[in-house]
Write a protein that binds this ligand. Structure first.
Ligand code: PGA
Length: 266
């Protein structure tokens, strides 16, 4: 099964709008050797902080790189101070939205129910969800990985199956072991391969053959130095990158490594 590889930058609370423009200007020449593949054979997206979305979108225009958002509120509009709606994101050209990132779950108390409400809102739109899942260190050490993945995936996959949209367009899953995010502690290729295989079996159980077409990204302390051994694993279809995505040289290297490993795999 050939899936179009996808690399997503998650800038978190970094980079002003001006810094985002500078990043885009620095990135363009670095990806020029394969610029014609971006948007077709290779997908790349950047999720900046909300204030940088508009100017980053303009700075990326014509590059094929998609704009993504780090979060969304499930309501269409209303008295929700500090929140951002899907219509606001779509209006700025966002195509993908992260939901259930572990920092949202653990630092801001986002529950599985909230994540589902956001997914439902996205499924009723044209935008794609990047659903982040992954276990904490205590859960892994307690042998809970299977339970955690089932809890985080089964109901979202049921909702995707019930929607009229093709699953490969409405959903991307990002496996991000919480103990590997921002810690410098990357999952070994074997651990990541096993978790991705388990996620794939949930997707196929819930979606049938379409589950083979949904992309599963790895995230957690990915860097140019450790990316190749992870990205060449089966069922790792790309990357969700935090720290290393802030630098255009590192980010372009990761995109290039993903492109090469996926070509070798197919
Ligand atoms: P990291 O973050 O690459 O800095 O570990 C990944 C993420 O949180 O998406």
């Amino acid at each position: 099964m050939r899936r179009v590889p996808l690399v997503v930058a998650n800038w978190k609370m970094n980079h002003t709008a001006r810094a985002a423009e500078e990043f885009a200007a620095a990135l363009r020449p670095l990806i020029a050797p394969f610029a014609d593949e971006i948007g077709s054979r290779l997908e790349v997206a950047i999720a900046p902080a909300f204030p940088a979305l508009d100017r980053l979108g303009q700075a990326l225009s014509g590059s094929g790189i998609a704009l993504a958002a780090q979060n969304v509120h499930e309501a269409d509009s209303g008295a929700f101070t500090g929140e951002v709606s899907l219509a606001m994101l779509a209006d700025l050209g966002c195509r993908l939205v992260l939901i259930g990132h572990s920092e949202r779950r653990h630092l801001f108390g986002e529950t599985d129910e909230r994540v589902l409400a956001k997914l439902d809102r996205l499924l009723a739109s044209e935008l794609g969800a990047i659903l982040c899942v992954g276990e904490t260190l205590a859960e892994r050490e307690g042998g809970q990985l299977g339970r955690v993945l089932a809890r985080q995936l089964e109901e979202p996959i049921r909702r995707v199956a019930a929607s009229a949209r093709p699953p490969e367009r409405s959903l991307v899953v990002a496996y991000e072991p919480v103990w590997a995010i921002g810690t410098g502690r990357v999952a070994t290729p074997d651990l990541a391969r096993a978790a991705h295989a388990e996620i794939r079996s949930h997707l196929v159980a819930g979606l049938g053959p379409a589950g083979e077409r949904v992309r599963i990204l790895y995230g957690g302390s990915l860097k140019p130095a450790n990316a190749r051994s992870l990205l060449e694993q089966p069922d790792i279809d790309g990357a969700l990158v935090g720290g290393a995505s802030l630098d255009p040289v590192d980010f372009s290297s990761l995109v290039s490594i993903c492109r090469e490993t996926q070509r070798e795999r197919s």
